[in-house]
Design a protein around this ligand. Structure first.
Ligand SMILES: [Zn+2]
Length: 352
């Protein structure tokens, strides 16, 4: 109590509901605070616990609001802090004022940050899922057709493979695709000369698969080829390319697609469809497709670890991931090969 300031704090006083300032001083001694006019008359008085004291924000004058609604204003922030200090833990008025004033700005900033982070972390993936759900089947079909047509015009040449080889791969492909959820008829395997894209295989969202002559020539190992195709079936089953496309469309595109004019939204997506071929899958999607390949090959009675052999083949042939389109989007890391082998072994030993 002895440390409480004796000195009056200079400022101005406003009667309740009035903007008429009266020069005054604040006597902030003990639990009873008083605003005193320049003539020494007490203008108002109030118990500390009933006061509302604005928080300190830079050099902005502090306002002390008394229970009668009148306010005392001062720019002597240090003096107010010193006067509040002795009240420490039982400063109900102070806590109340903190809740009412100061946190508003901080709360707003926090909300904006949380919202922004939340949209990117949760809302976009959720919106992508909704968009995938509301996508009519015609969209992946149109996408598949238009991308295939433009690739045929610009990149591909007709396959030069022996018909026997193509027939053999097609037959084996249908046999493994028959064990997929969609069934063999949901997939179409196309053979093309890859030209600039070299040894490659990819899938479009409608179940159109492409395998290049270069890949077939590289992998003198039927199961390895089928392992890659099973991996691509996995991308289709999980609708990975549609998801990546929607993710690339961004928040505005998704709002447009889900909430707005669905026709116009799809048109936009179709225009961007050409970008499908340059979209790479996330690491998580690649892992999903690898596991899918292992499972599908296992169900079809083929070597479940075949996809790992294929990655080793490519790695040994190219030495460097950047030399191959397929490797640059499907890095043949030791972890990936190891993980695929481990999962295949798990299926072999655990699932009799
Ligand atoms: Zn992949």
């Amino acid at each position: 109590m002895a440390s409480e300031p004796e000195k009056a704090i200079a400022g101005v006083w406003y009667p309740a509901g009035s903007s008429r300032a009266t020069p005054a001083s604040l006597s902030a001694k003990g639990s009873e605070w008083k605003a005193v006019g320049s003539d020494g008359a007490v203008l108002t008085t109030g118990g500390f616990s009933k006061l509302e004291i604005s928080a300190r924000v830079g050099a902005i004058p502090r306002r002390i609001t008394f229970a009668d609604g009148s306010t005392f204003e001062t720019s002597d922030n240090d003096a107010i802090d010193a006067a509040i200090k002795p009240h420490g833990g039982r400063a109900f008025g102070l806590v109340h004022s903190l809740e009412r004033f100061h946190p508003r700005l901080a709360l707003f900033v926090v909300l904006v940050v949380v919202l922004a982070v939340g949209i990117y972390r949760y809302a976009v993936p959720a919106m992508v899922e909704v968009a995938v759900l509301v996508t009519p089947p015609v969209v992946p079909e149109l996408l598949g057709q238009s991308v295939m047509a433009s690739l045929d015009q610009t990149v591909f040449a007709p396959s030069q493979l022996d018909e026997d080889i193509r027939d053999g791969i097609s037959k084996d492909f249908r046999a493994i695709a028959a064990f997929s959820e969609r069934g063999a008829d949901a997939f179409t395997l196309n053979f093309r000369q890859g030209g600039p894209i070299g040894p490659n295989a990819f899938a479009l969202p409608d179940g159109t698969l492409v395998i290049t002559d270069e890949l077939v020539a590289l992998a003198d190992d039927r199961d390895a080829i089928l392992g890659v195709l099973a991996h691509e079936i996995g991308h289709v089953e999980h609708q990975h390319s549609l998801r990546q496309l929607y993710r690339a469309a961004g928040v505005t595109g998704l709002i447009f697609l889900i909430g707005g004019d669905i026709g116009a939204g799809i048109e936009d997506i179709l225009i961007q469809g050409a970008a499908l071929t340059s979209l790479t899958y996330s690491r998580g999607m690649e892992t999903d497709a690898d596991r899918y390949s292992v499972e599908l090959m296992y169900r079809a009675g083929r070597d479940p670890a075949a996809i790992a052999r294929f990655f080793e083949l490519l790695r040994d042939h190219f030495h460097d991931n950047s030399e191959s389109d397929f490797l640059s989007s499907h890095p043949a890391t030791p972890e990936r090969i190891e993980e695929t082998r481990r999962y295949a072994e798990e299926l072999r030993t655990g699932g009799e």
